[in-house]
Design a protein around this ligand. Structure first.
Ligand SMILES: Nc1ncnc2c1ncn2[C@@H]1O[C@H](COP(=O)(O)OP(=O)(O)OP(=O)(O)O)[C@@H](O)[C@H]1O
Length: 206
């Protein structure tokens, strides 16, 4: 599904990683590990096509993502370290906006969905008035709405409580079972035993 081929990234004259190669197939989850500053977010941004590697390329379904980016973007769901949630809008407004800009015309029943994520009674409150974990939950609603095959997630567990972490990993399992793939960074170990878990560790390079 996804191939990272000979990818090199240099930031502020420091080579974060060089000639990196790995693949991610349907049904697989890959955890990017490594210390602060090793280059995990930089790699995720390259994989998502938001920045260009100094060398090498990303291939999706055997094609360079730069050549077929629109097609790739339809299959990709990226949730960054910064959640991409508009703090002035409510959870409901955020979700509706996201559905709209992604071309989803049928709006599912959003109240039960937000309830599943522990946001009962908070649907109409501006997100800035929610706790950090609740704000993260609003960002993660996209994982229940999107039909993207490839999820690229930067620290998705940040600020979540234990139940939130378990619930999210349950969603990961469903996604993998339905043929999706996940590339994520996390500083904490996954608590669910995923059959198809791989790890790539980036060392801090000086
Ligand atoms: N836009 C940028 N311009 C210049 N340097 C950057 C930029 N973004 C990141 N860097 C540098 O690249 C290095 C790697 O950063 P990156 O965010 O990829 O690390 P990380 O492994 O995700 O770290 P963390 O675990 O702290 O999130 C850092 O030294 C950082 O200063």
């Amino acid at each position: 599904m996804l191939h990272i081929k000979s990818v090199t990234c240099i930031k502020q004259e420091r080579c974060l990683f060089a000639d990196l190669n790995f693949s991610l197939n349907s049904g697989q989850i890959m955890q990017l590990a490594g210390p602060n500053g090793a280059g995990k977010t930089s790699l995720l941004r390259i994989v998502a096509g938001f920045s260009v590697p100094d060398e090498g390329a990303i291939f999706y379904k055997q094609q360079a993502i730069t050549k077929h980016y629109e097609e790739y973007a339809r299959d990709l769901l990226f949730i960054g370290h910064k959640t991409g949630v508009n703090a002035q809008l409510s959870a409901l407004e955020n979700v509706r906006h996201w559905l709209h800009i992604n071309g989803y015309t049928n709006e599912p029943d959003l109240y039960p969905m937000l309830a599943k994520l522990g946001l009962v009674g908070l649907e109409d409150v501006p997100v800035r008035m929610l706790s950090a974990g609740q704000q993260r939950r609003v960002a993660l609603v996209r994982l229940w709405l999107s039909d993207a095959k490839l999820w690229v997630l930067d620290e998705p567990f940040t600020a979540l409580d234990k139940n939130g972490v378990a619930f999210l990993q349950q969603r990961f399992s469903e996604h993998l079972k339905s043929g999706g793939a996940i590339l994520l960074t996390t500083h904490q170990d996954l608590t669910t035993q995923f059959e198809n878990l791989q790890t790539v560790t980036l060392e801090y390079r000086y």
